[in-house]
Design a protein around this ligand. Sequence first.
Ligand SMILES: Nc1ncnc2c1ncn2[C@@H]1O[C@H](COP(=O)(O)OP(=O)(O)OP(=O)(O)O)[C@@H](O)[C@H]1O
Length: 286
Amino acid sequence: MHLEIQNVSKKYSKEKYGLKDFSIHIEKGILGLLGANGAGKSTLLKMIATVSKPSSGSITLNKNNIVKDANYMRKKLGFLPQDFGVYPNLNAYEFLEYMAAMKGIGGKNLKTKITQLLEGLNLIENAKKPIGTYSGGMKQRVGIAQTLLNNPKIILFDEPTVGLDPEERVRFRNLISYLANNCIVILSSHIVSDIDTIADKVAIMKNGKLIEYGNPNEIISQVKDAVFETIIDADLLSSYKEKFTIINASRIDGKLKVRYISNTPIENSTKQSATLEDAYLFLNKN
Ligand SMILES: Nc1ncnc2c1ncn2[C@@H]1O[C@H](COP(=O)(O)OP(=O)(O)OP(=O)(O)O)[C@@H](O)[C@H]1O
């Protein structure tokens, strides 16, 4: 599987770009797409999913132009959009049957497939209750289940962990790792901890552009020797914010413990091992 995005721009209005001259080459594995709100993640995923077209540039899957031949992509695609809606009067089983019919999936194995998905996503006990009675996390899991009905080879999840509790997040991560064999899985999030343990590669987006792309260790290595912690008086924080990238600050005995990034650390700082979150916050700021 090769997904090639070349010089893609999406112009929403005269001044407004969702994506600007964006290029990336994606192979099988899990890609974590990181970026703040408005960075362009949904814009990109919608164009890969063929529900929106680029204003310019090309998108190919295995060298097939999917802007012209959207069906080539759609047959292989599972997509969970950010604003995915479920029908509250249907139960989970009926909803998945309905989605299968919409996607043209049928056959004698469909019932087994739906049951497997309901089991895998821990929905089987409630499968006969109307979705309107489900929690946000359960609805999200129904959304995840519908992406997998057609055994997709390319799976796009736009902010999938919104609404999931910590336990559900862990379960979701395990599911993704299991799915990723032989597939392209793209997972967008603005929360680093959602992707850092499972992503084979990470792409960081800002203002419609790709600002970093690599495996997590390569990205972390950019701030490897520059992450420090120190304790300061609380009133110094604003001047530190001007000089350094502050990762976080927490109260400790009336003072502040500050984690920051700098090549020239202040006195009494201790070096810390760098994380993807450090690198993300640093790269996003610069
Ligand atoms: N239909 C649209 N019309 C006009 N502008 C849009 C439209 N969709 C997105 N935008 C703008 O394009 C930019 C990128 O938005 P996009 O939704 O792709 O970002 P995102 O990274 O997915 O953020 P979020 O997580 O908040 O959805 C934003 O500035 C947004 O306001």
